[in-house]
Design a protein around this ligand. Structure first.
Ligand code: DC
Length: 224
């Protein structure tokens, strides 16, 4: 990690597997520090949604990459993605998109189209809290702070079933999480991996407020 700069232009990277609480934590941390929240997974989900809607085969790298270059991906002031001017939520969170997003995001040419758009958000000179899988390793290797959030697959599936108010689907969520963990961490291009200089934060049994408090302690301790 590089020497911390002023809070206003700081880049904070939060990576971790599906359901590790990254989104909630990154969003709250950004609010607490007055920084912009960047949900990079939403961009891969947007490409996947557009592919499914337009009948583009998710395994077809060339067509998915074309789509990734053609779509206008923006974020509103709440950090929610807009796809060609239209709200991406909640469609980007559907089971169908979730099923295919690992495959679409594994295409190197899709990543080559999306990563520069993620870096462009930081080039606007505003500090950001970016969350994803490869933020500390690939997108912002010189981030001021890097955190890698983990929790057991069971805990993550439990959180997902509470969040979706579907406790009866715990086993389906667990299977999906295990499948995505495997896919995301074994893919060739930019696999899910803790950066050497990232701080590992185990969130098993710790709520989002507890995690945010821990990260703020680290950030304020070093930046203050
Ligand atoms: O964080 P999420 O569940 O919304 O991410 C959806 C998928 O996108 C995830 O399975 C892997 C992929 N992803 C990625 O490859 N790189 C990122 N920086 C963020 C997400």
């Amino acid at each position: 990690m590089s020497a911390p700069h002023a809070l206003a232009t700081m880049i904070i990277a939060i990576d971790g597997p599906a359901g590790s609480g990254k989104s909630t934590v990154a969003r709250r941390l950004a609010a607490a520090l007055g920084l912009t929240f960047l949900d990079t997974g939403a961009m891969y989900r947007a490409v996947t949604l557009a592919a499914l809607e337009r009948g583009v085969e998710p395994m077809d790298e060339t067509s998915c990459a074309e789509l990734a270059r053609a779509l206008r991906l923006e974020f509103d002031s709440d950090g929610r993605i807009r796809i060609d001017g239209k709200a991406g939520e909640p469609a980007i969170r559907s089971d169908e998109v979730t099923r295919w997003v690992s495959a679409v995001s594994a295409h190197p040419r899709v990543r080559a189209a999306i990563v520069p758009q993620q870096r462009a958000q930081a080039d606007r000179g505003l500090g950001i809290v970016a969350e994803g899988r490869d933020i500390g390793t690939v997108v912002f290797p010189r981030a001021d702070f890097k955190f890698f959030l983990t929790a057991s697959a069971e805990e993550r599936a439990r959180r997902r079933s509470l969040e979706k108010h579907e406790p009866e689907r715990f086993h389906a969520f667990l299977a999906d999480i295990e499948r995505r963990d495997h896919h995301d961490s074994t893919r060739h291009d930019s696999p899910l991996k803790q950066a050497d200089d990232a701080l590992l934060v185990d969130t098993d049994g710790v709520g989002p407020d507890g995690v945010v408090a821990r990260l703020l302690e680290v950030i304020r301790g070093r930046a203050g």
